[in-house]
Design a protein around this ligand. Structure first.
Ligand code: NAG
Ligand code: NAG
Ligand code: NAG
Ligand code: NAG
Ligand code: NAG
Ligand code: NAG
Ligand code: NAG
Ligand code: NAG
Length: 535
């Protein structure tokens, strides 16, 4: 416990200077989001903050003063918030005060909390309250992506909740466009509002590709014409998983040149895949799901019509990490790091005013605990550390190298005092490695390379990079294990077991055969990902 506390304070310290964006707006260049005036890459590393439920107020203002929440967001390292909103808040309820909104729902407990923590909010209209939150975030150096989550304010999302697709009970296309227009217009002079995403998780029985093209093109044009500074984020079908249809027929949005971004979502349960994680070997599932993500959304970052891809939701139950989510997360972090995508984790809120009829329920996927006072799960927070980094910079003149990332711990491989350690990812060693069969992993700008010692011994640094022990290959389908073959043809793998020491070892490779229900001890200790970087 004590050790964890120290880690926590170090993290807070390392995050204290929020990034300074001197010259918003943002724009795009090939697959990257950039600062429009300097062309420097800006990587969005965001947290979702729900504000689209019945009360129409960003969650948590009954628990902590706004300024404290905003500080906590930036101290956790997030440079942006994906703030959700409901269309009707602007088209139907814009004049409702926060007090009226909560009274209407019988939320006297929340009203008391708000009057204790943020009393000035009670007399704001719900729309003014949104602006007050955005301005506080802006003062804290946190950018905002406004996400149209639903039309009717309520918990999202299911196939038949009336908010899933154009033509559903609450989803009138014209009212939706009106909402986009009002919001885009409202923040014309608020530079920290950098993007709007058009509609969260389109879904349900009415989904139709030709209708998607029609309305997405209208929605994007509406936002852009009203507020040309904004990035416009396009959402896919089937809960934001799928853009395959764009391969045949790209969007016609040439007026939005350099403003278009796509968004996709992933959870362990996306597309009903939970069981895959539990019933098939990790390496196989991880490979097939990574391919699935790439085929349905990742491809957008390549080819002729390439654009940035924003993973605007992913996350796990941090209160009790189940096996499927633990495996999913390790695999997915590998993908996020390797692709160096922009992202937003679900979610900030540790609790809700009202969700599915319950008063004050906990959000176990929340970064903050139910009292909004501290980080819910320090290990999870730590695991995000590497993906906060900008690994690739399109303007960099530096040569490429690899970071050796250990997703299950969120650590990076780092040489210290001639020993090979797993440390936090604020510093990491730079490695050179040619993919393919049996090549050395060289420490950049040195004569040294990694060399296998023997089972259960620390991995060594050697100047003999031609010997057997210095040859490594990525084994298994998902390339999550780095192995050395000895003279007898036996593989040993890099391994880091945090219970043992901070030193990386070599040990017999576990679960290499992709054996179903691998029963060896925790194979996640051997998962390493080579992450390409040039900054
Ligand atoms: C809010 O009040 C103003 C002034 O009374 C009115 O013009 C406007 O239509 C109202 N907006 C909504 C969404 O009810
Ligand atoms: C809100 O407005 C009411 C009526 O105008 C006033 O009595 C009350 O003091 C105000 N509350 C706050 C917290 O400003
Ligand atoms: C999609 O909508 C178009 C235009 O309304 C219609 O012609 C087409 O049949 C629909 N496709 C499906 C699969 O429902
Ligand atoms: C692997 O384990 C899971 C969960 O215990 C079980 O459902 C599945 O049938 C097992 N698979 C095989 C091939 O034994
Ligand atoms: C939240 O606060 C209450 C009252 O102070 C306390 O009893 C509870 O343990 C706290 N919960 C967490 C998760 O810190
Ligand atoms: C890369 O080199 C070019 C040309 O020498 C220079 O203009 C540019 O500033 C350099 N970029 C960086 C990020 O140092
Ligand atoms: C290879 O096998 C031989 C014969 O069993 C054994 O003596 C030797 O130690 C083995 N080498 C390694 C690296 O395990
Ligand atoms: C470390 O030890 C704890 C407690 O014994 C255990 O739950 C955990 O799985 C171990 N971690 C690894 C990576 O083996």
């Amino acid at each position: 416990m004590q050790k964890l506390l120290v880690v926590y304070f170090l993290l807070i310290l390392s995050f204290t200077t929020p990034p300074q964006y001197e010259s918003l707006p943002l724009s795009t260049s090939s697959r990257w989001i950039i600062d429009e005036s300097s062309s420097a890459r800006v990587k969005l590393t965001c947290v979702n903050w729900a504000a689209h439920l019945e009360p129409m107020l960003p969650e948590g203002l009954d628990r902590k003063p706004l300024a404290q929440i905003a500080k906590h967001i930036s101290s956790m390292g997030f440079n942006c918030v994906r703030l959700t909103w409901a269309t009707y808040m602007f088209t139907r309820y814009a004049n409702l005060t926060v007090a009226q909104s909560f009274e209407r729902l019988g939320l006297s407990d929340s009203i008391e909390g708000i009057s204790n923590n943020n009393p000035e909010f009670l007399n704001y209209s719900v729309v003014e309250a949104q602006r007050a939150v955005i301005e506080e975030l802006g003062d804290e150096g946190v950018m905002v992506v406004l996400d149209n989550q639903v039309s009717q304010p309520m918990w999202c999302c299911s196939d038949n909740d009336g908010n899933g697709f154009f033509g559903d009970k609450y989803f009138d296309a014209n009212e939706w466009l009106q909402g986009l227009d009002i919001v885009a217009n409202r923040y014309k002079d608020t530079s920290m509002v950098v993007a709007m995403s058009m509609r969260n998780e389109l879904r349900g029985p009415l989904q139709n590709e030709s209708i998607w093209y029609e309305h997405i093109q209208r929605g994007a044009t509406t936002i852009h014409n009203t507020n040309p500074n904004l990035l416009v984020i396009v959402s896919g079908l089937h809960y934001d998983l799928d853009f395959t249809f764009l391969k045949e027929k790209p969007l016609k949005l040439s007026t939005l040149k350099n403003k278009l971004v796509y968004e996709t979502h992933r959870y362990s349960f996306s597309a009903g895949q939970t069981q895959l994680w539990l019933t098939q070997p990790f390496n196989k599932v991880c490979e097939s799901i990574t391919q699935d993500i790439h085929t349905k959304a990742g491809f957008l970052t390549e080819g002729e019509n390439l654009a940035p891809l924003f993973v605007s939701e992913f996350g796990i139950n941090q209160a009790e990490v189940n096996p499927a989510e633990s495996l999913f997360l390790d695999c997915f972090l590998g993908y996020l790091a390797e692709m160096d995508l922009d992202w937003s984790v679900w979610a900030l809120q540790g609790s809700y005013y009202l969700r599915d009829g319950l008063h004050g329920p906990e959000e176990t996927y929340g970064m903050l605990d139910s009292n909004w006072s501290s980080i819910r799960n320090i290990e999870f927070h730590q695991k995000l550390q590497l993906i906060h980094h900008q690994m690739q910079d399109p303007n960099s003149n530096g040569s490429s190298y690899y970071i050796l990332y250990h997703p299950s711990s969120g650590r990076c491989v780092n040489v210290e005092n001639s020993e090979v350690h797993a440390t936090d990812c604020w510093s990491f060693s730079r490695w050179k490695h040619e993919a393919g069969n049996r090549n050395p992993i060289r420490l950049m700008d040195s004569e040294l390379c990694l060399s296998a010692g023997g089972d259960g011994t620390p991995v060594a640094l050697s100047t003999d990079c031609t010997k057997e022990q210095s040859q490594w290959e990525s084994l298994s389908n998902s390339k999550f294990q780095l192995a050395n073959k000895d003279e007898n043809g036996t593989y040993s793998c890099l391994e880091w077991d945090p219970n043992y020491s901070s030193i990386i070892q070599t040990n017999k490779c576990m679960c290499l055969e992709d054996s179903v229900n691998c029963t060896q001890r925790n194979p996640q200790t051997q998962w390493f990902k080579l992450v390409l970087a040039n900054v």
